[in-house]
Design a protein around this ligand. Structure first.
Ligand code: ASP
Length: 413
């Protein structure tokens, strides 16, 4: 994808926000009608996510050359995911404890949002079980990405052990991968319009005054936490682990990060994340091919940070003191809840039930956050995608500095 295309997305977003502001004054709620433009763009992206995840992971894994190498690369990837998620949760806990946005917030008459009660049953066993599925074809039909990733990881790994017999299958998936990436380039041409539709329709129909008056300080707290993680921690990791200039890496990832912000969905943004990482940031598809799809579903720094802030905010609002042990429990469950959240809009709001149930905080507290969640979701999704791209830069550096990485079959950089 060219820089011109990414500039168009930026213009699309800015135009969307300006139009939303103007339409609030002139057209009011009528701006809702441009929502279908955004929906068309989102559906086009979602349409290619499943074949992309399958092909890119299989190509990435087989590109490693030898399935035994998957162990060290996989371990590093998981370590990166875990450590960055823990740092994010830690930042969230510190920021919310300093800002205390929940103190004095009115809680009377707040209702538990619908569907939240069932999520209360979601424990670590359910999360582990969600890694596999009864039927991989049903999972693809339902866009249940996690089991598809696990299937592709194993399938790709097994292919590398088949010798000659595996080669045509690998070549097939390499072709599929390239074709899908070309489709991503085509979809990018409608991105500015799509992003405009998504942003304009949503921003024009909100009650900003009420949102800011009641939850402005809470929003500030979440945004400050995300800014520290996204603008300080991740750039340092990009420099230290990825040995890349964080500013140019960020610039390369801008179209994906802006799309994440506009769609509030890491999964829908995935085609662009892979495209920006490979074409603009120069990350080989051995790394990008599996770090990014996996990251889009399990590595969510922004979501993890938000879960810890939101849980402690609810405790503050209900005047519940949290002893140190409970804070540790929030730390652990916020990490789990971010892993359990799907890469779709507001998934984090629902998996927060895991955290609230563990520390016995009132579930109706989620109702407190509902009015502003759509807005904060955009920022945490952008951080989720940015965090994944830094992870891909790190794994790319590791695979490139390893001489075995150039094993036959490697189709990456
Ligand atoms: N919308 C987020 C994502 O797709 C998940 C969440 O935090 O709700 O990454």
């Amino acid at each position: 994808m060219t820089h011109r295309a990414s500039n168009l997305i930026l213009i699309g977003i800015v135009a969307g926000i300006i139009c939303a502001g103007v339409s609030l004054l002139i057209f009011g709620e009528r701006m809702r009608s441009v929502a279908f433009l955004g929906e068309f763009f989102l559906k086009s992206l979602r349409m290619i996510v499943v074949p992309l995840v399958l092909a890119s992971i299989i190509v990435g894994i087989t590109g490693l050359g030898d399935v035994r190498r998957l162990g060290s690369v996989g371990l590093r990837t998981l370590l990166y995911y875990t450590i960055t998620t823990c740092i994010a949760v830690g930042i969230g806990i510190v920021v919310v404890s300093i800002f205390e946005p929940g103190v004095g917030v009115a809680t009377e008459g707040i209702q538990t949002p619908e569907g939240i009660q069932e999520k209360a049953q979601l424990g670590w066993r359910e999360i582990v079980l969600s890694f596999v599925s009864n039927n991989i074809f049903a999972s693809t039909a339902e866009m249940d990405i996690l089991p598809i990733i696990v299937f592709a990881l194993i399938f790709g790994g097994v292919l590398t052990t088949l010798g000659e017999k595996g080669k045509p299958v690998i070549a097939f998936f390499e072709g599929v991968n390239e074709a899908i990436m070309k489709m991503v380039h085509l979809i990018m041409w409608i991105a500015p319009i799509g992003v405009f539709g998504l942003v304009a329709s949503k921003f024009a129909t909100q009650h900003w005054g009420t949102m800011i008056a009641s939850l402005g300080w809470y929003m500030t707290t979440v945004l400050v936490g995300l800014a520290i993680h996204g603008l300080v921690v991740l750039p340092i990791l990009c420099l230290v682990l990825g040995r890349r200039n964080p500013v140019s890496h960020f610039a390369a990832m801008t179209p994906a990060i802006l799309t994440a912000w506009s769609t509030a969905s890491s999964s829908a943004t995935l085609p662009l994340t892979i495209d920006c990482a490979e074409d603009r940031a120069g990350i080989g598809n051995r790394a990008a091919g599996f770090v990014l799809p996996l990251g889009a579903t399990v590595n969510m720094d922004g979501t993890a940070l938000y879960e810890s802030v939101a849980a402690i905010f609810i405790a503050q609002a209900y005047g519940i003191e949290l002893p140190f042990g409970q804070v540790v429990l929030i730390f652990v469950t916020a990490t789990l809840a971010s892993i359990g959240a799907a890469g779709i809009p507001q998934a984090g709001l629902f998996t927060m039930v895991i955290v609230l149930t563990a520390v016995k905080l009132p579930l109706e507290g989620v109702g407190l956050l509902l009015a502003v969640d759509w807005f904060l979701d955009r920022f945490r999704t952008a951080i989720n995608v940015w965090g994944d791209s830094v992870g891909a830069a790190y794994i790319d550096r590791v695979t490139n500095s390893d001489p075995q990485a150039t094993a036959p079959g490697a189709s990456g950089s």
